[in-house]
Design a protein around this ligand. Structure first.
Ligand code: ADP
Ligand code: MG
Length: 399
């Protein structure tokens, strides 16, 4: 494969040299560097100063998807998209986004704030750590980014220019193939336990469901409502009990707001499904907090700063919110299914050691996913919670 001529993969030594050159850490002899990337697409260098206890993160994209192999070439432009999305998002939500110190489009690197004092939300949630503010923060993050990057706030020409910059066809293609297509078609199976074949078959044979997935895929491909994060799962969020930071927006593009809402919701649902009955309530609260905060924040922005000549027309805000939420439950359903029988799984499910329990949780996930997709327009959070309870009834009987 041809690589751009100026591209060079960093080493621990060149990452340290770059940190020094940028003047981000002044010490010269106590710097260390580790490559800590656990992601599928990129390298992440952690440069630390052991004397002053300071750190810097340098993320570098490579010209192919690590997980998909060199046969799946991938533009290096995604690094610049990620850096610029972080900068845009931080301009609207400084408290929830790391600072970008420097970026280099040729080398495909982003140098940013070290968030090592926080935990990746997915691992923390699996561990049972409490994150009392996580959903409120993410609800606010999605509401602000969705509103401020939309036609309700930006001038039409400015919005179209931002949308043009964030055209992200190669990363969107990953979503189109691995979320909206392959998991739903028998001829492109992902990876899953043979015990799930029957449940997968029910999905592949369900024409009513496939029609709804086709509509959701069409929405993902064609609606330019706002600048999305594009990969807002709990592995893209750092958190503690007081702080929340969103990372990794390399899939950022102009799309339907419900996609970000749905990704986060689905990744909470993995926890709601897999936790024992006595610990589900905590996650149900996270689900409610998220949607309530999103709606409250979005509505406040709408009422105070919406530029549309129709913003005060009775019913318009409620029409928009209803559309976002219906989309969200549908996209959440797609995420639940693709993480179960598609290519990229989640530790919430795969980490269940007991095979019977794991298969039961995955079967429930598939059924809940299908329900969410088909019934998305009639759902609300209490109804989603009821569906989770119904499909995980075995763990409820242990109460
Ligand atoms: P990928 O795009 O390859 O999925 P991520 O942006 O998710 O990469 O980063 C991979 C891992 O690197 C994260 O899970 C986290 O452990 C670490 N990491 C990324 N950004 C930071 C940061 N700003 N501070 C500390 N660690 C980070
Ligand atoms: Mg990533």
């Amino acid at each position: 494969m041809t690589q751009p001529s100026n591209f060079k993969l960093l080493t621990n030594e060149t990452a340290i040299a770059l940190t020094q050159k940028l003047g981000l850490i002044h010490t010269t002899d106590s710097l260390h560097c580790n490559e800590i990337g656990d992601g599928n697409l990129n390298y992440v260098f952690h440069v630390t100063d052991s004397v002053n206890n300071k750190g810097v993160i340098i993320k570098q994209a490579v010209p192919y998807a690590k997980v998909l192999g060199e046969s799946w070439p991938l533009t290096l432009k995604r690094a610049a998209i990620e850096a610029n999305a972080l900068i845009q998002f931080r301009s609207y939500c400084p408290e929830f986004v790391p600072q970008v110190y420097y970026s280099d489009e040729q080398l495909a690197i982003t140098v940013m704030e070290d968030l090592s004092h926080l935990k990746i939300a997915r691992s923390g949630l699996i561990n049972g750590d409490p994150f009392p503010l996580l959903s409120k923060h993410i609800g606010e993050f999605v509401a602000k980014t969705a509103f401020y990057t939309s036609d309700f706030h930006l001038e039409p020409s400015a919005k179209k220019e931002v949308a043009r910059y964030f055209t992200n066809p190669e990363l969107c293609k990953i979503t189109e193939v691995f979320i909206f297509t392959d998991p739903f078609l028998e001829e492109h199976p992902g990876e899953f336990e043979p015990e799930l074949t029957g449940a997968a078959q029910s999905i592949w044979n369900d024409a009513e469901l496939l029609l709804e997935v086709a509509k959701l895929k069409q929405s993902f491909e064609s609606e330019q409502e706002a600048l999305l994060h594009g990969d807002l799962h709990t592995g893209s969020i750092f958190a503690s009990d007081t702080e929340t930071k969103v990372i990794d927006p390399e899939f950022a593009f102009y799309g339907p707001v419900g996609f970000d809402l749905g990704q986060y919701t689905a990744n909470l649902l993995f926890q709601a499904i897999t936790r024992p009955a006595t610990e589900k309530e905590e996650i149900f609260t996270y689900l409610k907090d998220f949607m309530v905060t999103f709606e409250k924040t979005y509505s406040a922005l709408w009422n105070s700063t919406n530029k549309s000549p129709y913003s005060k027309i009775e019913g318009y805000l409620s029409y928009v919110l209803t559309k976002f939420k219906g989309d969200a439950y549908g996209f959440a359903g797609c995420e639940l299914i693709r993480r179960t029988i598609g290519l990229s799984h989640v530790a919430d499910l795969n980490g269940i050691e007991d095979k019977e329990a794991r298969i039961a949780a995955k079967t429930a996930t598939l059924k809940i996913g299908a329900h969410l997709i088909k019934n998305r327009k009639e759902l609300n959070i209490p109804a989603v919670i009821e569906v989770v309870k119904q499909h995980t009834v075995a763990s409820y009987s242990t109460l």
